[in-house]
Design a protein around this ligand. Structure first.
Ligand code: CP
Length: 305
């Protein structure tokens, strides 16, 4: 049995991604299996979370494992000045797997280097959110019937939004075309555009969130402006409501279009979109449970069948 950390979505090959999607489908059919009996999992959340932490904890509970951890670092000894290294070395003495969210980019990589048990990155700063990406891929696969040759439009905070960074890299296996809709302050970082160039992936940048852009999309991936990453809150105030999707804007969209959002939303999707059959963000969050069950088994080397 091979146990490995999941730090970046690039840790998975295309074949591994497809295998994980099949396993997620299997868990959706039957999420209650006691394959983690006798195992203890730690969730260490140095940043707030609703979906990621609770879906991981539900996943472990439904698989028969046990959970320890914290959802607020202020209640841990890191508030007394204990280093991340010491925290991880201590916790890895107690558990079989650590699921960690941290505000610093690279924190998950560092933790994986000092831990004696696998680390799952549940989001590190503006860098990566690979488990979100697996549930995004599962959602795209379920709704489109394929991951190949899709037109993916990403809207909003493409600079600080870690979910779009991971998703862009994962989709590189599947011949996508990207449209990036962002104000100048929140454009897709150069390193990810270079990644597209290196992988011959076409991408188009837009400042305007127009119906023309919406109408050619298979997936409209909305994102929240990440207030917690801004050093200048005046700048946040200037851009926070830059794009708002209203139901009327979907009137001429493709029949197969689905609107995704990693959530939480603030203002970027009006509530009148929620009842549109093309709105998929709540089902997307539900898919997180099954995708994370598949990921936990993968990193612990547990055979799903
Ligand atoms: N999508 C996501 O990471 O949500 P939470 O911050 O609530 O975990």
């Amino acid at each position: 049995m091979k146990c490995e950390s999941l730090v970046s979505i690039n840790d998975f090959s295309k074949e591994e991604i497809m295998e994980l999607l099949e396993n997620a489908r299997s868990f959706e059919e039957n999420p209650n299996r006691r394959v983690l009996e006798g195992k203890v999992v730690a969730t260490l959340f140095f940043e707030p979370s609703t979906r990621t932490r609770l879906s991981f904890e539900t996943a472990v509970n439904r698989l028969g494992g046990r959970i320890i951890g914290f959802s607020d670092a202020a209640t841990s000894s890191s508030s007394k000045g204990e280093s991340l290294k010491d925290t991880i070395m201590m916790v890895s003495n107690y558990v079989d797997l650590i699921i960690m969210r941290h505000h610093l980019e690279g924190a998950a990589r560092y933790a994986s280097e000092v831990s004696s048990v696998p680390i799952i990155n549940a989001g590190d700063g503006a860098n990566q959110h690979p488990t979100q990406t697996m549930l995004d891929l599962y959602s795209i696969y379920k709704t489109q019937g394929t991951l190949e040759n899709l037109n993916i439009t990403m809207v909003g905070d493409l600079k600080y939004g870690r979910t779009v960074h991971s998703l862009l890299q994962a989709m590189s296996h599947f011949n996508p075309t990207f449209h990036f809709v962002a104000p100048d302050e929140l454009k897709m970082p150069q390193e990810y555009k270079m990644f597209c160039d290196e992988h011959n992936i076409p991408y188009y940048e837009h400042r305007e969130f127009s119906e023309e852009v919406i109408n050619q999309a298979d997936i409209l991936y909305m994102t929240r402006v990440q207030r917690e990453r801004f050093t200048d809150l005046m700048e946040y105030e200037r851009v926070k409501d830059v794009y708002i999707l209203h139901n009327s804007m979907l009137a001429h969209s493709k029949p197969n279009l689905r609107v995704l959002h990693p959530l939480p939303r603030v203002n970027e999707i009006a509530y009148d979109v929620d009842d549109n059959p093309k709105a998929y963000y709540f089902q997307q969050a539900k898919n997180g449970l099954f995708a994370r069950q598949a990921i936990i088994c993968k990193v612990l080397g547990i055979d799903v069948e």
